[in-house]
Design a protein around this ligand. Structure first.
Ligand code: RNT
Ligand code: ZN
Length: 425
């Protein structure tokens, strides 16, 4: 396989640096900016969102599916951490790892979701400490018998609702303890699957119940420096095509009214709706925003993220709002039909490439034309800037961060597959 050699990386970088400098962009400075970017890498790509809970052996309910059966799925914490480490070694920069409650390690004992606590995440915390990385957290409101009716926090059954409220509370407690232990703010994101396949007769009742449940969950206040709450909306899921309780409008209202962060998942809107366009509206009213970087193909299919127009517009919009310090970026996809390490690395590298491209954009020149009212020139510049040599800067970035340059990481994934993944079954 073609491997970019290091001298070539330097000379290409020098050329690129000159070219960007002509447009007033200092590439060395931009590479320093990249050091401030820490994306959250989701652990659930490594095991098809199954988790370690006793008696659960597949993603069930909740309207999300992982399809495929590529060999080598991580079956326990040790394997999952080993795989994440492998992926991290191929992704430039220092990043975070995003956990779900179902990744609790309970030593073979069944601990229900309303009972989990910080001790079940000790191995993750020790590991994160050793690696010097931050952790994020998510309560898991799916793949559980008490989610089978299709309703959790918005259930009309008080017992069910109480159970999930307790899970939500436990998760916040855990996230807060993680943030404290690591001395690194932990984002705790709530997504619930609640909704209905066919037309509900009463939409508002579930929404009122969801609001009440959230109020209870959020009653305890934690230091934001330890833990930051967020809520994730959705348009529809499989089995909740006609109605999702936690819709965009619902959570936009809830988040703004209660000073909680909103999470926009790129797969959770109409396919032609631009998530990028929503950023500036939300940031006008909110201090921050969480993005789940995903790729819907015709529907919320959670495909591996690639460097497509949606991702580029998202990154450019964050840059143009000067909001990389306000927008939290977390990956959210799961593909079981390809090597899972490759999935992680492709998605993370694509996201970082988009961020780098956005930071390298000579935005000030676009704004200058806009302010002059010369919109033809603005469009012309936007088109020209698309072809600026970002790849030379990207390779330099990878080299600086001691990760494989160009395509050379692909061989390493193959080797890991032969050495490690193929021996799992
Ligand atoms: C589901 C949401 C949610 C999940 C993860 C596993 O549609 O996107 O974020 O993907 O919590
Ligand atoms: Zn999501």
């Amino acid at each position: 396989m073609y491997r970019v050699d290091e001298d070539k990386v330097y000379s290409a970088y020098d050329h690129a640096k000159e070219m960007y400098a002509e447009f007033g962009v200092n590439t060395d400075e931009i590479l320093k900016e990249m050091d401030k970017i820490h994306i959250s890498i989701h652990c659930w790509q490594g095991d098809d969102v199954i988790g370690f809970e006793e008696g659960v052996n597949g993603l069930t309910g909740g309207g999300i599916v992982a399809t495929g059966n590529w060999p080598g799925r991580a079956r326990n914490g040790a394997e999952l951490r080993e795989d994440i480490e492998m992926a991290l070694s191929l992704i430039p920069g220092k990043h975070r790892v995003n956990l779900h409650a179902i990744y609790a390690e309970t030593d073979g004992e069944f601990v229900d979701r309303d009972q989990i606590s910080i001790e079940h995440f000790k191995k993750w915390i020790d590991w994160a400490k050793e690696k010097g990385i931050g952790l994020d957290f998510n309560p898991t409101f799916f793949s559980h018998q008490k989610a089978n009716s299709g309703y959790t926090l918005s259930s009309k059954d008080d017992k069910i609702r109480k159970f999930w409220i307790n899970h939500g509370k436990r998760s916040r407690e855990i996230a807060n303890a993680i943030g404290k232990e690591l001395n690194n703010q932990c984002v705790n994101n709530i997504w619930i699957p609640d909704g209905s396949k066919d037309l509900p007769a009463n939409r508002i009742e579930h929404r009122k119940l969801l609001k009440e449940s959230l109020d209870e969950i959020f009653a305890v206040k934690y230091e934001k420096s330890n833990m930051l709450d967020s809520v994730e909306s959705k348009l529809f899921g499989i089995g909740s095509e006609s109605y999702v309780v936690g819709s965009h409008e619902f959570y936009l209202g809830y988040a703004l009214k209660n000073n909680i962060m909103l999470c926009l998942d790129m797969g959770h809107f109409h396919p032609t709706e631009s998530v990028a366009d929503k950023i500036s509206s939300i940031l006008t009213f909110s201090d921050n925003l969480l993005i789940h970087v995903s790729r819907g193909v015709r529907w919320d299919s959670d495909h591996v993220v690639i460097l497509n127009d949606e991702l580029l517009s998202l990154a450019k919009e964050i840059k143009r709002c000067n909001a990389y310090d306000k927008v939290y970026i977390a990956l959210d996809f799961f593909d079981a039909s390809i090597n899972r390490i490759a999935a992680w690395v492709v998605g993370a590298r694509a996201t970082l490439k988009a961020i780098l491209i956005s930071l390298l954009e000579p935005t000030h020149l676009l704004v200058e034309q806009e302010n002059k009212g010369n919109l033809g020139n603005r469009l012309a510049l936007m088109e020209e800037f698309k072809a600026l040599p970002f790849y030379a800067v990207w390779n330099k970035y990878c080299m600086d961060k001691n990760v494989p340059i160009g395509t050379s990481w692909i061989n390493l994934v193959d080797e890991y597959e032969n050495k490690v993944l193929k021996h799992r079954n």
